[in-house]
Design a protein around this ligand. Structure first.
Ligand code: ARG
Length: 251
């Protein structure tokens, strides 16, 4: 059946990208972070799939509940699942992915930002309009995240289950960090034309950054989710802040 073939292809592509992610391991990751509680982020989802068996809870990205049955995540997290949304899951309330706390809900459909596209910067994939909305198979009874622009904020917070250092690729604990918001000029200096201030913003330093498996998770500023983890050159590399997808034009 075509759908079985598509599913097999999706799984194979995914396994390949995981290997890539592991071998292109960064020098640093949520550097400067500390363990965090999902109780503080009741709207934060671990986006994953049971087919991604190499990670507890199948987690590979973060996401943010914006309606009782809708999650916002990064486009690059789910673009390969467009044809098979039903193999995706969203898990809430699980501080430690190896445990069974919280609730897991299946995904019903995937909507990628219509202007989503990929370019590259050195070896990194650059996602433009890196946003997607996942519709859940059922509504959840949880608060939704407040969204808002960072305005003139100079710092923000990030949270995710991703890599914490070169020696800790297998972190499965939710962690959070405070990050500086260095501004568009600093980001242009780092990334040139790969950085598009109309749909991206930068955050982080060599002391605090997001990393692999944090994608799709929140950058919070002034108490509101302002952008989602998208891409960066390595993680925590001096002069190369993380790049986040702004939420101004939702898919
Ligand atoms: N693309 C990564 C992911 O899929 C996120 C990388 C963020 N990089 C950074 N330096 N902040 O999880």
């Amino acid at each position: 059946m075509a759908s079985t073939r598509r599913r097999a292809l999706g799984t194979a592509l995914f396994a390949a990208s995981l290997l890539l992610a592991l071998f292109a391991a960064p020098a640093n990751a949520i550097v400067g972070g500390a363990p965090a509680q999902t109780a503080k982020y009741p709207w934060l989802a671990a986006v994953g799939s049971p087919v991604f068996f190499v990670r507890p809870s199948g987690q590979f990205c973060g996401g943010v509940l914006i309606k009782a049955d809708e999650i916002l995540t990064a486009g690059h997290c789910v673009s390969m699942f467009r044809a098979v949304p039903g193999i995706l899951t969203a898990t809430f309330g699980r501080d430690e992915l190896t445990g069974g706390a919280g609730e897991t809900v299946a995904v019903k459909s995937v909507r990628i930002h219509p202007e989503y596209r990929e370019t590259s910067f050195k070896d990194e994939t650059v996602g433009h309009h890196d946003l997607a909305v996942l519709t859940l198979a059922r509504p959840v009874h949880r608060p939704t995240a407040a969204l808002g622009s960072p305005g003139s904020a100079r710092t923000g917070q990030i949270a995710g289950w991703g890599f914490t250092s070169e020696n800790d690729l297998f972190n499965t604990r939710l962690r959070a960090a405070d990050v500086p918001l260095p501004g568009d000029a600093a980001c242009k200096r780092a990334y040139g034309d790969s950085f598009d201030p109309s749909d991206m913003l930068c955050a982080g330093s060599d002391k605090a950054d997001s990393c692999q498996f944090d994608s799709g998770g929140p950058l919070i500023a002034r108490g509101r989710v302002a952008a989602l983890v998208s891409w960066g050159y390595g993680c925590g590399k001096p002069g190369y802040p993380g790049v986040y997808a702004k939420l101004d034009s939702l898919p």
